[in-house]
Design a protein around this ligand. Structure first.
Ligand SMILES: Cc1cc2nc3c(=O)[nH]c(=O)nc-3n(C[C@H](O)[C@H](O)[C@H](O)COP(=O)(O)OP(=O)(O)OC[C@H]3O[C@@H](n4cnc5c(N)ncnc54)[C@H](O)[C@@H]3O)c2cc1C
Length: 468
């Protein structure tokens, strides 16, 4: 028997788990269905058989401004598995050996960032000032002329703001590619302005980097699943939803799994990427313009190469690369809690917006990253590679082109009891963990509103979710 507090959540990534936890906390009976054998979606970890090390599918960085994510982790009890720097402090390494620190000062925001830019030695003093002024102009455009900003690419905006080649190469491009996962010629200027506003011109802590000291799956998957189960819910892996089925009134009645089982509930949250969502919908629903337009959302890949060297070649926990294809290095021995005892260097390299490389074979990618490492850190040439792994995420995020903002939907859908979640929902943010968590929690809030609950009010958990 289906009860009003029965909710099915489809998808066990950040968005689905955040929705499930928020619903369980409010007393809903949650059945979370994940199609794969493991939770985590596009942010997961596994053990590398060769080294025994925990490997993330790709290094994930959180920022101090990820307020909803930090709160989600606090609630499931794993906030302490993140390490957060107090200030933004990035070692930037340029091809040929030049280097500089981009370090915010212990001043209240946004003066902390002003001080970082004014001391950034890879740029001439006039360029540093120019970058600061351009950031301020972006903020004012974001407030006063958003429609214009939404038409522009990052590259066009930087031209408009008279940013020269060095300012782009050493500051704007690393920032834009890392946060938007797209090349500046294609990425949306409105999203960059949002990032600048939230990270650079905000509280000091908002611009600081944080990362998991454990594998990503340990950071949130296990704890979120047990939170849901402790609150009377169910988390099923290997539970691929094949389609959603409507009742005579046109609301969603049940989900049909690949193995033929059906699961009914009063409300449904689909926390899956847009292409997967479209495959679940009955044809006439998928043709509704609110859903049909989702087919226009593109994707952008990220490549992560993991290298195990016979020695440590860098002390810093991470570094940005300039003038190379590889954009970031993360020193996992310094990042992972259990990484200290090992002798070898374990490094993860990130190439975002990797359209041109995503079909290259793994050995070419490993060679490319190794050459880039040698180009920015000549002393690393003395090291020997013991083990290497390339992980390609072909659909790492949605493509954040200027048109994407119009395609991203709200959590509500034309179907009364069917809600959406995922990093691609219209949160105003790039497709990130924070966007996924915000959307998941917003979907939970929408379900609670629909069943007429005041936010935060609890329903008492009972037995299992009703099967149709
Ligand atoms: C390599 C890489 C690096 C990244 N780096 C960062 C970073 O540094 N910082 C940051 O904030 N973000 C980063 N991101 C983005 C971040 O990983 C995503 O924004 C986030 O994980 C998206 O979560 P989600 O829940 O919206 O979607 P997903 O993680 O895609 O979750 C959807 C889930 O639904 C499941 N599913 C799909 N179809 C069905 C079905 N029919 N039935 C049942 N289950 C189904 C999938 O298996 C999946 O588990 C990175 C992404 C990648 C790939």
């Amino acid at each position: 028997m289906v009860e009003p507090r029965d909710v099915v959540v489809i998808g066990g990534g950040f968005a689905g788990l955040a929705a499930g936890v928020a619903l369980a906390e409010r007393g809903f009976r949650v059945a979370l269905l994940e199609g794969k054998p493991a939770l985590g979606g596009r942010a997961y970890s596994f053990v590398d058989s060769q080294s025994g090390d925990t490997v993330d599918n790709g290094q994930h960085v959180l920022m101090g401004c990820y307020g909803e994510t930090l709160d989600f982790l606090e609630r499931i009890g794993t906030r302490d598995r993140l390490f957060f720097h107090r200030n933004l402090d990035i070692l930037m390494l340029e091809r040929g050996g030049a280097r500089a620190q981009l370090r915010t000062a212990p001043l209240p925001g946004p003066f902390h960032m002003g001080a970082a830019l004014l001391r950034y030695r890879l740029l001439a003093p006039s360029e540093r000032l120019g970058v600061m002024m351009a950031g301020i102009r972006m903020l004012s455009m974001r407030r006063r002329d958003r429609p214009a900003l939404e038409q522009l690419t990052v590259a066009a905006l930087l031209t408009m703001l008279r940013q020269g080649a060095r300012a782009r190469r050493c500051f704007w491009h690393p920032l834009a590619i890392a946060t938007l996962n797209e090349n500046p010629e294609l990425a949306s200027a409105a999203l960059l302005a949002e990032v600048v506003s939230r990270t650079m011109f905000s509280r000091r802590f908002d611009s600081a980097f944080g990362y998991a000291q454990v594998g990503l799956s340990e950071l949130y998957c296990t704890a979120a699943a047990s939170f849901i189960e402790r609150h009377g819910g169910l988390v099923a892996r290997h539970a691929l939803v094949e389609r959603i089925e409507l009742d005579a009134q046109g609301t969603v009645a049940r989900v049909r799994l690949r193995d033929g089982r059906a699961l009914g509930a009063a409300n449904f949250v689909a926390a899956v990427p847009p292409d997967k969502l479209l495959r679940l919908l009955p044809e006439r629903v998928a043709e509704d313009p609110a859903f049909a337009r989702l087919a226009g959302i593109g994707t952008s890949p990220i490549i992560c190469v993991h290298l195990w060297l016979d020695r440590e070649v860098i002390q810093s926990p991470f570094a940005g690369f300039i003038g190379t294809t590889t954009q970031w290095l993360f020193n996992k021995r310094r990042i992972l809690q259990d990484g200290g005892g090992q002798r070898q260097g374990y490094l993860s390299f990130v190439i975002s917006g990797a359209r041109k490389l995503v079909d290259s074979p793994a050995d070419e990618l490993i060679k490319l990253v190794t050459e880039d490492l040698h180009a920015v850190l000549p002393s690393a040439r003395a090291s020997r590679i013991l083990n290497a792994l390339a992980v390609k995420e072909k659909q790492a995020t949605i493509a954040p082109d200027p048109g994407s903002g119009r395609l991203r939907p709200p959590v509500q859908t034309p179907l009364d009891n069917f809600f959406l979640a995922g990093d691609w929902i219209a949160t105003g943010l790039p497709a990130t963990i924070e966007s996924a968590v915000i959307a998941g929690r917003a979907a939970a809030e929408a379900v609670a509103r629909r069943v007429g609950q005041a936010s935060g009010e609890r329903l008492e958990p009972e037995a299992a979710v009703g099967a149709a």
